[in-house]
Design a protein around this ligand. Structure first.
Ligand code: ATP
Ligand code: MG
Length: 393
């Protein structure tokens, strides 16, 4: 059983003078996430490395699963730390490590030594050759393959000697909280949870806004969105979710404006989401839109929707195919929830033949028909919005 994990991070290593900000955020996020795991953990920084130390019994699988959802981590290496007691002891430790970790010894390997501590009496090359020889002696079934080894035996000479041969991939990205905050328009569909995940992966804290239209949309449809937020929160941390009652605005649009001008509804969604984004000090909006996916996502429709926003709108799926989006939704485990059948508010009022190339001037002209009611309706929608703090499930 390993007592320690060596945490590898890539991109944050290149941030120059700001590097400590990213490392500190990563350490903080790891500490925070591990609070929910059985065991007692200590997280520490040591010259370009982060270590997670365990104390006593802990749940290995849950620990690894939790770490593999923390943005900024590219690799999770269960590692053995040994005092430097000379080269012979080092070889013994490596052989014991292999013996423990690999039942079947018929594999190819390479020794990959690194000296972070330059006063060690052998060079990396010398360590590679000498340890390799000892391994071959101890386990004659093994073979060396320096180009494509099945097992990479890593030895890092630091204050302590680090021995590890497994690396479990992390999600990559940047530590949460290092890049500001943004407002996700979260629906019950496949796309928007993926969009939120992708932007959170860049270190952005996510708030969310959902528009429902009771009684046209059900309580179950709302619960589905909360459930999706819980799934995303496993990666992004707690999500402040605004649930806006959009019914009266939708009915007004339906009564007064042409039914095929879908963009009008989208524009009011963006305006309200932006209101809460401003209030929550967000730096942008996020949607799950992708060029050409549906009528409301042609370049003309996107332009018309975009026109009401003064904040940047981040659309991480803009150039992705549906299949690639579905792959990510499966990976982050939102897919099964997203495909549950409960209606979302757009589908109720959706026209059979929506305009695919809206003309902004015409849309604005149609919107004038709402002039005498819309301010009041927007105010009511905003004032009656319910806020739910959604934690990871
Ligand atoms: P999704 O799968 O994310 O629901 P979609 O393919 O159904 O997207 P649209 O309905 O055109 O596409 O929605 C485009 C984007 O607008 C969504 O990705 C989401 O960001 C936002 N959106 C749509 N409906 C809602 C809603 N009811 N509440 C909040 N945001 C919404
Ligand atoms: Mg949708």
């Amino acid at each position: 059983m390993y007592k320690t994990f060596l945490i590898k991070y890539a991109e944050i290593a290149i941030k120059g003078k700001n590097r400590y900000i990213f490392e500190d955020a990563l350490v903080k996020n790891i500490k925070y996430q591990l609070c929910n795991v059985d065991g007692s953990f200590e997280v520490r920084k040591e010259s370009g490395r982060v270590y997670v130390e365990t104390d006593g019994d802990y749940d290995y699988d849950e620990t690894v699963a939790t770490l593999s959802r923390i943005f900024g981590i590219v690799g999770i290496c269960p590692v053995e730390l040994h005092e430097d007691e000379g080269f012979d002891k080092l070889c013994e430790a490596v052989i014991e490590h292999i013996n423990h970790v690999y039942k079947d010894k018929s594999f190819t390997f390479k020794v990959n030594a690194r000296r972070a501590r330059k006063n060690y009496p052998m060079t990396s090359m010398e360590i590679n050759a000498a340890v390799g020889e000892k391994v071959l002696e101890a386990f004659p079934e093994t073979r060396v393959d320096v180009h494509n080894p099945q097992v990479m035996i890593n030895i890092e000479i630091r204050p302590m000697i680090n021995i590890y041969s497994e690396e479990i991939p992390g999600p990559g990205g940047m530590p949460l909280g290092t890049a500001g905050k943004a407002m996700l328009l979260l629906s019950g569909g496949i796309d928007s949870p993926v969009a939120g995940y992708m932007i959170a992966k860049r270190g952005v804290v996510i708030n969310a806004t959902y528009f429902h239209a009771p009684p046209y949309t059900s309580e179950r449809a709302k619960q589905k969105v909360v459930d999706l937020a819980k799934k995303v929160a496993r990666y992004s941390g707690r999500i402040k979710l605004h649930v806006v009652n959009f019914t009266d605005i939708q009915l007004a649009i339906y009564e007064k404006c042409p039914h095929d001008e879908l963009t009008i509804m989208r524009r009011y969604m963006m305006k309200i989401a932006e209101h809460f984004a401003d209030e929550d000090k967000c730096l942008g909006l996020i949607t799950g839109e992708s060029i050409g996916q549906v009528a409301s996502q042609t370049m003309q429709s996107l332009a018309a929707t975009n026109e009401v926003c003064h904040m940047p709108v981040y659309r991480p799926l803009i150039a992705m195919d549906k299949n690639d989006i579905i792959d990510i939704s499966n990976k982050i485990d939102t897919y099964e929830t997203s495909i549950l059948p409960y209606e979302d508010c757009c589908t109720i009022f959706v026209a059979k033949h929506p305009v695919t190339k809206p003309n902004i001037n015409r849309i604005k002209k149609s919107e004038e028909r709402l002039n005498d009611v819309i301010d009041e309706l927007m105010k009511t929608a905003i004032d009656t919005t319910e806020v739910i703090m959604v934690d990871a499930e």
